[in-house]
Structure formats: C-alpha cells, structure tokens
Ligand binder design. Sequence first.
Ligand code: MN
Length: 234
Amino acid sequence: MNAGMVSKTVFSPPPQVHLPVEGEEALFPVRRVYCVGRNYAEHSREMGGDPTREAPFFFQKNADNLVPPPGDFPYPGQSSDVHHEVELLVALKSGGADIAVEDALDHVYGYGVAIDFTRRDLQAAAKKAGRPWELAKAFEHSAPCSALVPASRIGHPATGAITLDVNGGRRQTGDLSDMIWNVPEIIAALSRLFVLAPGDVILTGTPAGVGPVVRGDRITCSIEGIASRSLAVI
Ligand code: MN
C-alpha cells in the first residue's frame, strides 16, 4: 500500500468526537481524555485518603464518553450508586513529552466545565480487589461537558469558584486555587507518563461534596469566569 494513500476500510470508521467552542464555528477534535484523581484535599479526605501523604494520580476515560451540550446523562446500568464530580476541563492544542511546568500553559487551547460521573459501587469493589477503574469511570455518557472557551479570550484562570447543584441545592463547592496540582503541574506530570498531543482533554479532579444522583435529577455545574452546564439525569 502506498504511503499517504487513503485505503479502504472494512467498515465505516467511527466518528471523530468533537467539542463545540463558545462563539466559534470550528469544532475542537478530541483525541484522549485524561483524568486526575484526588486533586483537592477535602475530596481526598472524603474518599478516605490523606492528601499530606498521597499525591494525585491519573486514569482515563474514552473520548466518546464526553457528552457536549445540551446532552443529558442516561443513568447507567450495573450500578445503584452513581456519583457526580464537577471538574475543570483543560483542552490541549499541542503536546509532547517531558513538558516543563513553565511551558505547560502554552499547550492549552481552552477550558470548560465537566462532570466525571462515577459508578462508586463498582469503584469501591475495584479498589478492594486491586482491579482497574474503567468499569467505574469510562462508561457511556460518563463525562458531560460544556463548550470550550479559548484561553485566547479568558487567559488561564488559576482561581474561581467551582460548584455543582442538584435540584437547586448546592452539593459541591471549591475553588480552582484549592487544587493540589495546578494546571501546569498536571500537564507536566502527565507528559512524563504519556506523549500528549493536540486534542487531548484533561479533567483536573473534583472538590469535596461528591454524592449520588437519581433519574429525574436536574444538575447545574459552573466554574466562575469559564463556563456552566445544565443537564438532567434520565
Ligand atoms: Mn474525578
């Protein structure tokens, strides 16, 4: 086969996942979705951790788990304890390996807000058995998110309230400045483990107050100065 030629495929290729960009017609094509665990001290404590002794860590979701607006969240099977986790989403326009902390923000295209929905019962079983987390984290529709807002418009916010409400009641509250690893440190650490590339998306961890949702719940999440997103659990 000649290099550069488009070859036939045995079936239609899966569709590319895209995120909308606020105020732009062009879409952001998604490659990978990385997530940070236990990146806010209060949340680490509520999950039984000790943030003074345990560093944050990474796991992944699938690109096609993202649900751009205005999509709702279908309650998944195989769980009776699905939790919300509101998170700052960081979208990369370039990448590389071994990125220095001081260069990291040059790779950021923009920001948004996302929910890292988690089948907490399956996660607890996986932790107990020393097994991987995909069943708990990387399921269909598990990451509803907002449109992206380009850094060229809002800069690189390091502070700002991050909140999540269920049926009008506040469940999660934090501030971006509470993150144990900030955004440049996350990008630098991740780039030592994976070769980052344009289209990569990072969910940067959740503040305290995670809890269960049920069908019929109305969720609104927001990051001050960046984005908000509303959806129903269906
Ligand atoms: Mn999370």
